[in-house]
Design a protein around this ligand. Sequence first.
Ligand SMILES: *Cc1c(COP(=O)(O)O)cnc(C)c1O
Length: 340
Amino acid sequence: MAKEIDWSNLGFGYIQTEKRYVSNYKNGAWDEGVLTEDANVVLNECAGVLQYAQTIFEGMKAYTTEDGKIVVFRPDLNAARMADSAKRLEMPVFPEDRFVDAVAKTVEANIDYVPPFGSGATLYIRPYMFGSNPVIGVKPAQEYQFRVFVTPVGPYFKGGAKPIVIKVSDFDRAAPHGTGHIKAGLNYAMSLHAIVTAHEEGYAENMYLDAATRTKVEETGGANFIFITKDGKFVTPKSDSILPSITRRSLEYVAKEYLGLEVEEREVFFDEVKDFAECGLCGTAAVISPVGKIVDHGKEICFPSGMEEMGPVTKKLYDTLTGIQMGRIEAPEGWIKVIK
Ligand SMILES: *Cc1c(COP(=O)(O)O)cnc(C)c1O
């Protein structure tokens, strides 16, 4: 039985569901893993994650398609990305096939929390891993916990996707050769002051520039940029310190293979942003949030697509990718993992 939840009025917050997946790493090996009803984690006061922030995570969604299947979008890419994150933080890799299996098991165990088709709501899936044994001298933990929980979340845009206004941040998100390309909690901890400041100033998000030269576009705190040129090309920044968004990589494919657009993944100088026709932020949460205006220390860049609706090409990209996700449009091989 579907839960008595008012799906259309859900926000983006934590709602505890029945089951979560837990596997522990000890003496050089992962245990077999288990679904548990216990939502609390009990750790020693000196656990590695509490002292030196050795923690990584992933984010994806399960949802109900038009024909009533419950599916997850490209979880194999989240598994691979989490493996990359683990290696960079000297953590053991949770095997990629087991990652996908743990996600499927957790969704299945909480199937009543998957919102129905058409509600706009989805089941957000959060896999994560952290150092769990006591660590006081600075070094990697020797024991780890991998967990997956799910929480139903509401439609990202209530009443349509209105373009947002963002600012060019005075803070940096990621250093060259740093950890910007992995999904680590530490990248978010240090972005909190920047986003709270931006919100206080009335901006929805920060545009971060490259830390070395402050001339090139990187990304926001949690989404990659896409731009559309006036002659209809799809452009997205290329940088070693950007988190490789699965949504963005999927949009590149959709732009090229479904919409026949020319796709450029390259360095994007901030100076050329004023010449683009459309701008959007992409990530699992919203798929694409249209950007109407970028403010750079009082100087405004207003995109011709305006402040009322998504630009026309962005809209096509959005409709095609969400169509693929919801089963209205045929998906490329391997993109949709059917849970039930
Ligand atoms: C998770 C994340 C994204 C979006 O990635 P998706 O795989 O599309 O959800 C973009 N930037 C940062 C910094 C992120 O952490």
